[in-house]
Design a protein around this ligand. Structure first.
Ligand code: FDP
Length: 426
């Protein structure tokens, strides 16, 4: 990577760290009143604007007509993910190696979208018969296929040094790496328990720079000074795993692809959040969501409430408060839960609200995995002006101690996540 580009990425990482250090909003003040007031301000700002803007609207129509003329001249112009990557490269935001890795991930997502779309007719539903994965969950056929697709695309990019997947017990070193050595963490098919019913699922990924020098030997890590522990391969592998476990604030790129009524890839390279929808006729992801901003407040909550009895008191009180009409001017929050993190998060990102998977009496750290679920999603949320928290701390600050580590996750609109946190502060 060119020095200038490296320093741009480092500056971006430093900026993220600085924003982490910034003092959190003190939440002892009446938070409910704040939330109400914020919602009123948004409504008030919208109304007069609509009235005031008659002239502006006419001007906008004229401008649109002028623009339409221009577009009529090149109506077959598509602003694709590839175009976008090239532009970001020209601006020095990413280098060509990172662009190659993102491209290879987009190819994997297209292949998975095709497999998901045809699963019912190609006998791709049901369990794989490979037994349980390292999480103790039974692997579905599509889990295995999606993992293969991701691994193959990343290997063939020639720019990936290490991959860590939900479906692999340990990180795998890639032999065919020409350069780059990027570390890619991913969940190839999240929410796969929904797959046989044709309900939304998704892939989640994050890309890091290596924190140590890694290569491959017999498909595992090349013992380096950092990794070598008295020549014992198991221990050295363990040391390497610890080395690739980086906090989310080091992420260079995070994204997900939602496979649903349309297939949408949402991406951040540390400078805003962009959404690309797959045009099935041309086989390209096309820019459809420019600089996504999650609304600051939103009255939708997305939790598996079946776990209510096992939650701790602050989470129970929080949930009770959302459902109390008296607190919210007669209309309580609405519940929406697909049970597919990518789908639930995507809706939260666009409509506002909160997605939560808290710890409970049975699983004190909840269910979701830090490295390839909570950290990438939190990076996206923060880049869109939202928050990702365990309820007690910023997700991006957590130093992972193991690859498949779980943490509680509260994510979405800033004020909504802060409201949840306030129950642990009082
Ligand atoms: P799944 O087990 O189907 O892969 O991360 C796993 C996940 O789905 C998330 O996508 C989803 O939000 C969550 O688990 C659902 O868990 P519950 O069934 O416990 O609600």
């Amino acid at each position: 990577m060119a020095l200038a580009q490296r320093s741009t990425l480092k500056n971006a990482a430093a900026q993220r760290t600085r924003s982490a250090a910034a003092p959190r909003v003190a939440f002892s003040s009446p938070v409910v009143a704040q939330l109400r007031q914020a919602a009123q301000t948004v409504r008030a700002a919208q109304q007069p604007a609509a009235q005031r803007n008659v002239k502006a609207q006419a001007a906008a129509v004229e401008a649109t007509q002028a623009k339409t003329e221009v577009y009529n001249k090149s109506q077959f112009e598509l602003y694709t993910l590839t175009t976008w990557l090239l532009q970001e490269q020209r601006k020095g935001k990413i280098d060509s190696e990172l662009a190659t890795v993102i491209s290879s991930i987009s190819l994997a997502c297209k292949q998975i979208a095709a497999a998901v779309g045809r699963s019912g007719i190609s006998s791709l539903t049901g369990v794989a018969g490979t037994g349980e994965n390292v999480q103790g969950e039974e692997q579905k056929k599509l889990d295995v296929i999606s993992n293969d697709i991701f691994c193959n695309c990343l290997r063939m990019s020639g720019r990936t040094g290490v991959i860590a997947s939900e479906e692999e017990a340990t990180p795998v070193a890639v032999e065919e790496t020409d350069s780059g050595n990027y570390i890619v963490v991913f969940d190839p098919l999240d929410g796969s328990s929904n797959i046989d019913a044709g309900i939304s699922v998704g892939s989640i990924f994050g890309i890091y720079e290596p924190s140590i020098s890694v290569g491959s030997i017999f498909g595992i890590y090349e013992p380096s000074e950092t990794c070598m522990v008295d020549g014992d391969l198991d221990q050295s592998l363990e040391a390497c795993i610890t080395n690739v476990c980086q906090p989310g604030k080091n992420l260079l790129v995070a994204g997900y692809c939602l496979y649903s009524s349309c297939h949408t890839m949402v991406l951040t390279i540390g400078d805003g959040v962009y959404g690309f929808t797959l045009d099935p006729y041309v086989g390209e992801f096309v820019l459809t969501h420019n600089r996504i901003q999650v609304p600051e407040v939103g009255k939708i909550y997305s939790f598996n409430e079946g776990n209510y009895a096992m939650w701790d008191e602050p989470t129970k009180k929080y949930m009770d408060s959302l459902k109390d009409p008296a607190k919210w001017g007669g209309k309580p929050y609405s519940a929406r839960y697909i049970g597919s993190l990518v789908g639930d998060f995507h809706r939260t990102l666009l409509y506002g609200g909160i997605y939560g998977y808290p710890g409970d009496a049975k699983n004190k750290n909840g269910k979701l995995r830090l490295l390839y679920e909570c950290a990438p999603m939190s990076f996206i949320a923060e880049q869109a002006g939202g928050m990702g928290s365990t309820g007690k701390e910023r997700v991006l600050d957590i130093q992972p101690t193991e690859v498949h580590q779980r943490v509680p996750l509260m994510i979405g609109s800033k004020k909504e996540v802060e409201y949840y946190e306030s129950f642990y502060k009082n």
